[in-house]
Design a protein around this ligand. Sequence first.
Ligand SMILES: [Zn+2]
Length: 264
Amino acid sequence: MREIFKPLFGNERLKKTLGEAIETGAASHAYILDGPKGSGKHTAATLAAAALACEHRTDEKYPLPCGVCPVCGRIIKGISADLIVVSKEDKASIGVGKIRAIREDLYVTPNDSDKKVYVIEDADLMTAQAQNALLISLEEPPPFVTFFLLTENAEALLDTIKSRAVTLRMELFSPERIKEFLSGISQPGKTVPDLEERYESAIEGSNGSLGEAKRIFTDFGSKDDNFSETIKQFSAMLVKGKTSDALEIITPYLSDGFETAKKS
Ligand SMILES: [Zn+2]
């Protein structure tokens, strides 16, 4: 059997539906990918974009996407101008301006292949005005365009948007499957400290989402490690009487918690 969307763990139903539609040229012009943070929406959309453009999309001898033709390779690497990602950036919502920009660009023919894909991240955060503006593009896009609307809450999208797109839900995983996935990402031969505790913490905090599980598993203990190191430096500065240096060391932890300190 042909391998479809191999880098995406699980999600067999989604892979089959989307993969077969792309293979047979029957893909919808718009999909909503619905699932929590870390559930693989980006991976799925990128692989689908690559598959749509892949030179070997109808050739069963290759996986879908093949990953070796220049066209789908560029999409997977994130360097293709035919994969356009729209995000809210640092704003709270996606305004109508961004959607109008899509409309202006919509009929411009693709660069690398015969397909062009728009991915709208956090699509449920489009303002009502933005969603209404998008409707026009969703109704009759040029044949070379496919939309992927990524959302953690498809219910929040306008009914008119939902009715013009095919909704696919990302798979949520059982604790056993999450453990299987995590054991696959730990480096073979390398001992991981507190392994069982890490698994437990990742499974518990993930709500079935693999990306979240991976993040918690990888970050496990790092905040504490950073913090205890900081406390050591802080004490050393105090002992030396360098109060202002000591304060500077702990300032990141005083602003808005550990997350800020970790990022900086
Ligand atoms: Zn290819």
